[in-house]
Design a binder for this molecule. Sequence first.
Ligand code: NAD
Length: 434
Amino acid sequence: MAMQWRGHGGPVGRPSPAINENPFDDVLEQVDRAAQVLGLKPAEVELLKHPKRQVIVSLPVQMDNGTIQIFTGYRVLHDNTRGPGKGGLRYHPDVDLDEVKALAAWMSWKCALVDVAFGGAKGGVTCDPTTMSQGELERLTRRYAAELFDELGPTRDIPAPDVGTNAQTMAWMMDTYSMKMGYVEPGVVTGKPIVLGGSLGREEATGRGIVVTTREALRDLKIPFEGVRIAIQGFGNVGSNAARLLATAGAKIVAVSDVRGGIYRADGFDVASLLLYRSEHGSIQGFPGSQPLTNDELLALECDVLIPAALEGQLHEGNVDAIRAKLVVEGANGPTTAEADEILRQRGIPVVPDIMANAGGVVVSYFEWVQDRYGYFWPAAEVNARLEEKMVSAYAALRAAIDRHDLVNDLRTAAYTVAMQRILEARRLRGLYA
Ligand code: NAD
């Protein structure tokens, strides 16, 4: 009997225009752009274009109907110059090596930008978790952890939840790793349930970081935060937590969507009631007082801030001209293709890049790992205060890079220059081994 997947956001999917995009090509373009600004020679950045390790595993899983299905799993360690690899584990039908490589590289930049002692990694399994039972997901996860046992570990590479996975997935990963080690090792994954060594504040950390970066960016644009009109694509962990915390901070969430479509309310949603409605009805559709709208209509909405918080490749050449927001804050990883990014730059619409905007998750993952290694846990207020401090100082480094390199509104290139410089500096100091 197939149970309903109880991830954050229900079924996952992506519109057709993004399917032909190779997100790793976007990574290469972004690296070249930042290298040019920094005046680096191509040879100096070449290594950053090549992940340190790419592993592909076949995962036989006994399905509930008695058959054995073979899934393909990936783990890419992009860079570990500044610390062990860090990055999520994604369960989605479109997962492939190029996507995982891109996501791993983005983790390297993100960890360097927020200055935590991690490198970048990512993993994934090509599967549709929405059609699998909890038992099938558990067996898949345990086999993934077992096959990648040699690659993972608190000093090697530390997974966390991503699209299609959640705290329960991390609990299975941690248990499998701990059973093989012969002792409990909570630091092998982050985003765990609190009782297993998870950190208070981790679940909502990415959303909380989005609030900080949106506030900082609006300040630069001289747009008051109070009453600012925000549209959010994707209502999973990132989108829904960002919506709730932004509304609490005084913003008006005028539109939200998930893979089935969106809803609009000119006066802004009562996000707490919307979350309650979704938990009772399994969907945001039909929320009282809302008008339905498509995902394309949401992206083209006239508003102050657009937050794409679903998947990569959502803002592309085909729809970017329709965007009317004054600011884009990237909640998802890689939601803007390189072509769309260039068009937004030309149109003067600033984009707070993913590696800055959604870095709150990895910051609190870092705190979780630190707490696990100490065996001593912090109160939520301390986690949140330290998160705020990290995000504000990363944003300040980005502002400084804009001034230093004369980059008008190009927050992405600024973020890349800061991150790449930190990694390259660490590389130079370590030197080339053997
Ligand atoms: P999730 O699975 O909890 O939610 C994804 C949401 O997007 C769901 O509401 C889903 O219905 C919706 N969606 C999927 N395809 C869509 C489409 N085509 N149009 C509109 N909505 C669509 O995932 P999440 O953890 O919220 O992650 C979302 C993004 O944020 C991913 O890019 C992920 O890599 C990134 N991210 C997540 C975290 C984290 O802490 N969870 C941290 C940093 C970055």
